[in-house]
Design a protein around this ligand. Sequence first.
Ligand code: 3EB
Length: 328
Amino acid sequence: MTLRFERQPPGAAGFSAFPAAAVLAERGHFDDGRAAGAPRLLAGEPACAERWLSEAPAAARTEGRTGHVSWHDDGRWLHGSACIEVSGGARLREDTRALYADLFEVLRQRGDLHLLKVWNYLPHINAELDGLEVYRHFNVGRQQAFLDAGQRAFEGAPAACALGHHEGPLSVHFLAGRQAPRPIENPRQVSAYHYPSSYGPRSPTFSRAALVSLAPGEETLFISGTASIVGHRTLHAGDVGAQTAETLRNLEAVIASAHAQTSARFDLRTMDLTVYLRDPADRAAVEAVLATSLGADAPGLRGALWLHADICRTDLLVEIEAQGSAPT
Ligand code: 3EB
C-alpha cells in the first residue's frame, strides 16, 4: 500500500482530481493568518497545498483523536497533528512533554508504529522565558517525552524540523509507519542529539535524515531542516548567501550518506524543497545561490515552498528541508 506526497505546484490551478478518500492528510500554506500555528508563506507566493495520498481501501482506514493528537491511519501509514496553546516557560516544557506523550500513545495504540518525520512549529521560538529560550525549553520537554515513552532520543531519532512562527499554538505534525526508518547522519556535523550543553540543557531530538520505503521498489529520503552549521557551530553569521551555500553542502553531504545505505539515487535538483527564511527580504539572495548551485530551472527550485519563519538559533537566517523518492 503506497503513500504518495503531492505538492500543488505554485501557479498551477489545482491538483489533478484525487478522490477525497485518497487524501490521508492535507496542509495548506497561506500568506495570511488562515493557518495559525504554522509559518506563513512569503508574501505574494501562491497558496499551496501539500497532501499525503493513500492507496489503501476505505475499509482499512481509521481516524481518531487521542489527547491533543488528531490522527488518520490507513492501516499502513499514520499522519497526525496536534496543537497546544502555550504560556510560560516551565509550562512550555510540560506542554511539549504532554503533547509528545499523546503522540507516542497514538503510536502505541495503533500497533507500535515508528515515527518517520516530525514538523515542529513553535510560537516565538527565540523568545526568552524564565531565563531560557523557548526552543531550549521545547528541547527539554521533547527529549523527556522520548525517554518516558522508551523511544530512541539519540541514534535512531526521526527526521524533524523545528521553526518559529509569530501567532498561534505550538503545532506538531508527524508521519509514522509500520517499518522503522533508517536514520542518516551528516559527517560534516555533530549529530544534533549530541550537541554540547552550551546549546541548551537537553539536546534536540532528531536525525539528519530518515530513509523509508513508502512504495514498492522505491525509497523516500526525508532530510531534516538543514542550516549553516558545521561541527556544532553556526558559520557565516550575518551572511545569508554564504549560509545558503553552506546549507547546500550539508544537504549534499546528507544525500551522500544516504547513498551509502541504499541503491536509490537522490538528486537535490528534483526533490521537494521547503525554504524557511527569517527575513523575507533575503529571498532574492537565497534564490540566487540556489539557482547557481541547482540550476535556475531545477524542478526542486521552481517548486520550492518559501516560508517566513524564525530559525531555532538567532544567528541562523535560512533553513532548508528536502524530501524525495527514487527507485531502488
Ligand atoms: C540544526 O541543525 C538546525 O530541533 O527538531 C533543524 C532540524 C534544526 C530540526 C529540531 C532543529 C531541529 O540544529 C536546527
